[in-house]
Design a protein around this ligand. Structure first.
Ligand code: PXG
Length: 463
């Protein structure tokens, strides 16, 4: 803690924060009375709070810091680029070396049919860009009626009005005033919530995918522009589709000729042990949206990776695509992204997830399968979830969803570990650099926190 410089005490920081800072997705009244946790430093897999506690970050910041904290190379890349050219725009036929180099690099690590990139600064922006480009594509193709984008319940695609509307979260729709038009939401492919007793995973995956076909037929294929999905739903609770799902989705989008948008804001940049989850699941999206881990969060950067089919439609016409952001292709963010990808390549982090991180996380979670509070554990790559339930045998959840998740999250935090509660689903997405020491530490604290949570709610557990 010696190199942490604090001008204010923790109490002062909390008070000032509550007075002047409106946080995202927060009950502001309760924040004022309780205050926020103050995080002051990060190094490798750990963060420190203002009271000096070292905390193992099982969420990679928020699905983001894939190479871990404290990488001086990324700071150097930013500093060098700031001194060379801190900013110039990419409008009006201008460009700069970092955006060219990053675009070439991204074209090299994406599937072969994807060769062009459009940039933004957040995942929400990139999904807004994708929505506009999808509808523009169909207009260019002479089918302007194709406006409907089908996505899924529980999907999170961001919180701008269009991205929030494409997402499938009721509480985001509630504050959209109104939900933007042209989206439909089908069931999500999470067996734990939606699977029927006796239904095999394979059969469930096919049923969940065929909900897309049913919806296409219900609204009329001539009106459907695209299907959008996170390869693994992250904020929705690490909902992992069965193996049969994505293959069937690809068959359906191919049958009806609609576009496929893979939102890889969480799954991009190695989280599943491939550069993109689209490779992991063998799907061929026309657009991949990315953000977060492209820079490991050291600076904001996002974008959409666009395939040759959509680019060909743009090339066939002389008009502008009237869309863009001041910071599209920000030179400093691009330089940091390039360095981040270079680190991932040099340290073999993507292959390391496949060979080591993914099996290690699966093994870690499996240790808690028999815990009385746990209804299911699941993981893919380095994304995992523990379902907390009142009745293990029937998968019955606790009353008042989210209450027990928060109790558990607070125990994790007191034990020096961060996992996020999505209602009563505890989710984790560690940085890709975790080794045996971090997995062992996580196992100890998860065990203790689950036992403490069990003691708090013992009276509610089915015998
Ligand atoms: N798509 C996906 C799949 C995401 O997970 C976004 C888009 C939006 O990105 P921006 O950069 O606009 O936030 C996200 C963001 C959570 C949580 O609680 C998840 C996200 C953001 C904030 C909180 O799990 N994901």
């Amino acid at each position: 803690m010696s190199n942490v410089k604090l001008k204010n005490s923790t109490t002062e920081l909390r008070d000032l924060d509550a007075l002047h800072h409106l946080h995202p997705f927060t009950d502001h009244k309760s924040l004022r009375s309780g205050g926020a946790r103050v995080i002051v430093k990060g190094d490798g897999p750990y963060v420190w709070d203002s009271e000096g506690h070292r905390i193992l970050d099982g969420m990679a910041g928020l699905w983001t810091t894939n190479v871990g904290y404290g990488r001086s190379e990324l700071a150097d890349a930013a500093r060098d680029q700031m001194l060379e050219l801190p900013f110039y725009n990419t409008f009006f036929r201008t460009t700069h070396p970092p955006v060219v180099a990053l675009s070439q690099k991204l074209a090299g690590i994406t599937p072969a049919h994807i060769n062009q990139v459009f940039y933004g600064s957040s995942g929400s922006e990139s999904n807004d860009t994708a929505i506009r480009l999808i509808r523009h594509y169909w207009t260019l193709k002479g089918e302007p009626k194709r406006r409907i984008i089908i996505s899924r319940k529980n999907a999170y695609h961001g919180s701008t009005i269009a991205a929030g509307s494409m997402g499938g979260m009721g509480h985001v729709h509630k504050h959209s005033y109104p939900v933007y038009e042209g989206f439909r939401h089908i069931m999500d492919p999470c067996w734990f919530d939606e699977g029927q007793d006796g239904e095999s995973l394979e059969a469930f995956g096919l049923r969940a995918a065929r909900a897309l076909e049913d919806e296409i037929l219900a609204v009329g294929p001539e009106n459907v522009a695209a299907f959008a999905g996170e390869p693994v739903q992250g904020a929705g609770g690490v909902k992992i589709a069965p193996p049969s799902y994505w293959k069937e989705i690809q068959r359906i989008v191919d049958t009806y000729g609609i576009l496929l948008l893979a939102d890889e804001v969480i799954t991009g940049f190695g989280r599943l042990g491939t550069w993109f989850a689209s490779d992991y699941y063998g799907i061929k999206p026309n657009i991949i949206t990315f953000a977060k881990a492209v820079t490991s969060g050291y600076l904001p950067l996002s974008g959409i990776l666009v395939d040759d089919r959509i680019v060909a439609a743009l090339m066939d016409h002389d008009d502008d695509f009237n869309h863009g952001y001041t910071f599209s292709g920000h030179p400093v963010a691009c330089a940091v992204a390039l360095k981040n990808i270079e680190i991932m390549e040099r340290e073999n982090l993507v292959a390391r997830v496949a060979d080591y991180g993914a099996p290690a996380l699966a093994k870690l979670l499996a240790r808690f399968e028999d815990h009385p509070l746990v209804g299911e554990v699941r993981s893919v790559g380095m994304m995992g979830a523990i379902e907390l339930v009142a009745d293990k045998r029937t998968r019955r959840r606790f009353d008042n969803p989210g209450r027990v998740g928060l109790i558990c999250r607070d125990h994790f935090f007191r034990e020096g570990f961060i996992m996020r509660a999505v209602f009563d689903t505890m989710v984790c997405a560690p940085p890709l650099i975790w080794g045996d020491g971090e997995f062992a530490e996580a196992e100890r604290v998860i065990g203790r926190a689950l036992d403490l949570t069990l003691a708090d709610v013992a009276g509610e557990i089915a015998a």
